[in-house]
Each structure stands twice: as structure tokens, then as C-alpha cells.
Design a binder for this molecule. Structure first.
Ligand code: ATP
Ligand code: FE
Length: 336
């Protein structure tokens, strides 16, 4: 059973081939860099880039993997959540191709893709597990019991962790995307005794809030002239605050749920300091940490092909629906 996966929810065009018996066959990604000068993703530009890049990317993927379209058993595409125009490009192409090939097309939830991505690796978590999903648009802790069975234990009331990295990088003039820029700058940062807020850590519960942190960083950045060293020092303080906040909530959630497996998913999961800190936290609790390679933390086609393949194998059929869901709560998802 061979599934082509298509991801176009934001500014990355991702495609992949997942084989039910042999695993991931191939994947390719085109990352749009045209947004960098605007400091964030421009939706209309993203849609246009997907239109230009998607079909050639699929052609190359199939050619390199020596697969012909008639070898495909299904096409999985990201149906939401994400940017409406960007989602529509992937959905339209997936549906048209599937119709022409007379095979099913399955609309996949982008966050289900992120949650399942660690299972693409050889060190893969079995169900059930606790997942920290930290991406550009979401920050949540989920109890992942099985395919399609996700209970949100806590999420951000405002900004996502990735957003805090991105907006703070903009304040510091470090470019976009902010996460990799902040973590690179932080390696040159000194401990200047600045303790940025760790929001909601003083209260019980598993909710997050990152908007105040961004404001605190803005105020700190205005206290002194912002030279290169100061930028690095502030980047370090910001990364420490985010990592600390996420780690404390993960520890709390592991203790409350009794889960023995913790999964980090989403773009912020590529952060080395976060991985190191969570490795220590889980070790202290006798649990095990799982995460995907950095390329599968951020958006990619492999996670969509994989989620589609699992759903197809579990009996899900094409619902024939053409719509995309720019807003689609994870809690509305059900097993196949
Ligand atoms: P969502 O999945 O919620 O719709 P998204 O798809 O835009 O949002 P991802 O692609 O999963 O998000 O992740 C992108 C985010 O990850 C950006 O905010 C980026 O700054 C952040 N990020 C990427 N690499 C790192 C890193 N090394 N450290 C911290 N953050 C990172
Ligand atoms: Fe994403």
C-alpha cells in the first residue's frame, strides 16, 4: 500500500511517499524563503508559491523513487488547520490526481501529522504516549491513546511557543523564522542575570501563555542599546524561559498522567536545548523521550503520507469532501 502525502498548510511545500510494508520511501521539501523580508508568512505569496512548486516537486519525487502514478494506492493531503489559500492548493491537486487515478484521497489533520511524526523514526514510540506539540501556531500537551484518539490536557491561551520565538526574533532583529535564529544567537549569549517570566508556572494546571514573555523581552530590549552581544544575551534569556516553562509543564503532565513515554513534536521540537532539558526530566522520572529528526519536526510531507497510510490501512475511505478546514480543533478528530 503506497501513499503519496502532500503538505501545503503554511509556507512549506512538502511531499512524500510512504509504503505500508517498507516505511518511508522518499520525501522532498521546498521551503519558501520569500517571506523572510516581511518578517512572517504572507498568505497570498504562500499560495502562489505552492502552485508553482507542488507539481514539479511531486514529479521529481516519483521519478527519483522510480514510482509511476499508477503505483499509488491513495493520496493524503493536509486539509487543515492552516492558511485557507495554501491548503486549497494541496487539496485541489490531491483530489484532481486521485480522481484521475481512481484512487482515494484522504484529508489529514496537520496536527495529527505532527503528533505521529516521531513514529517515522527507528526509535519510535508505541501508543499510548504523552505529546508536547510545540509549533508555530500551537502549543499543547496531548494524551495520545491511539490513531485519532487525542485528548488535549492543556494548551496556550494566547501565543504559541514558536510564535514567541518568531516575534522575539523580530524584536531583536534576528530574522525569520525566529526559532533557529534565536537558538543560534543564544549559543553566544552570556548569563546576564535576566530572568524573563515563566508564565503560569506558579499555578496548577497544564495551560500555557507566551504573550507576556514577548512583551517582557521587548521591554528588556529597550533598556540598553541593542548591540550584537546584547542580542545574544537576550536570546539566551528568552530560550531559557521558554524551555523552562515547557519542561516544568511536561514534568507535571507526566506525573499526573503516569505516562512512560513523552513525545516532542512540531517545529520548536527541533530546539536542541529543549531536547536536552526534556531528556533530563524524563530520565529523572524513569520515562523515555522520543522526537523526530529536525526535518520532521517542522512541516513536511512525510508525516502526512504516514498519517494517511495509517488511516487507509485502518479502513478509512475517501469521504469525497472537497473542502479544507483552516480552523479545525484537534479534539474534533476521531479514529478511522
Ligand atoms: P502549526 O503546525 O501550528 O500550524 P507551523 O506549521 O507554522 O504551525 P511548524 O512548521 O511545526 O509550525 O514549526 C515552525 C515553528 O518552529 C516556527 O515558529 C519556528 O520558529 C520554530 N522552530 C523551528 N526550529 C526551531 C528551533 N531550532 N528552535 C526553536 N524553534 C524552532
Ligand atoms: Fe506545522
Amino acid at each position: 500500500m503506497l501513499v503519496l502525502g502532500i503538505e501545503t498548510s503554511c509556507d512549506d511545500t512538502g511531499v512524500a511517499l510512504y509504503d505500508h510494508d517498507t516505511g518511508l520511501r522518499a520525501h522532498a521539501l521546498f521551503s519558501q524563503i520569500s517571506h523572510a523580508i516581511y518578517g512572517g508568512v504572507v498568505p497570498e505569496l504562500a499560495s502562489r508559491d505552492h502552485i508553482q512548486k507542488l507539481l514539479p516537486l511531486i514529479d521529481t519525487l516519483l521519478h527519483d523513487a522510480q514510482v509511476t502514478p499508477t503505483d499509488l494506492d491513495a493520496i493524503a493531503y493536509t486539509a487543515g488547520p492552516g492558511l485557507a489559500g495554501a491548503l486549497l492548493v494541496g487539496a485541489t491537486l490531491a483530489r484532481a490526481l486521485a480522481f484521475a487515478l481512481a484512487i482515494p484521497a484522504l484529508g489529514i489533520h496537520h496536527l495529527e501529522g505532527h503528533l505521529l511524526a516521531p513514529r517515522l523514526e527507528t526509535h519510535a514510540p508505541d501508543f499510548p504516549f504523552l505529546a508536547l506539540l510545540v509549533s508555530g501556531g500551537h502549543t499543547l500537551l496531548a494524551d495520545v491513546r491511539a490513531l485519532g484518539r487525542y485528548e488535549i490536557l492543556g494548551e496556550s491561551r494566547d501565543d504559541a511557543a514558536g510564535e514567541a520565538f518568531d516575534k522575539s526574533a523580530q524584536v531583536l532583529g534576528l530574522g525569520y523564522p525566529g526559532g533557529p535564529a534565536i537558538s543560534a544567537a543564544a549559543t553566544e549569549g552570556r548569563d546576564i542575570g535576566l530572568r524573563l517570566p515563566r508564565p503560569l508556572l506558579d499555578r496548577p494546571g497544564l495551560e500555557f501563555s507566551f504573550s507576556g514573555l514577548k512583551t517582557a523581552l521587548l521591554l528588556a530590549s529597550q533598556e540598553q542599546p541593542l548591540d550584537d552581544q546584547r542580542r545574544c544575551d537576550l536570546a539566551r534569556a528568552l530560550q531559557e524561559a521558554i524551555v523552562d516553562t515547557l519542561a516544568v509543564k511536561c514534568r507535571r503532565a507526566l506525573i499526573e498522567t503516569g505516562h512512560e513515554r513523552l513525545v516532542i513534536a512540531g517545529g520548536v521540537g527541533a530546539n536542541q536545548k529543549l531536547r536536552e532539558r526534556l531528556t533530563d526530566e524524563v530520565r529523572a522520572l524513569g520515562a523515555t523521550l522520543y522526537y523526530p529528526r529536525p526535518a520532521f519536526c517542522t512541516d513536511n510531507g512525510a508525516m502526512i503520507a504516514y498519517a494517511g497510510c495509517l488511516r487507509l490501512a485502518a479502513g478509512q475511505t475517501d469521504d469525497g469532501g472537497f473542502g479544507v478546514r483552516p480552523r479545525w480543533p484537534l479534539s474534533e478528530l476521531s479514529p478511522p
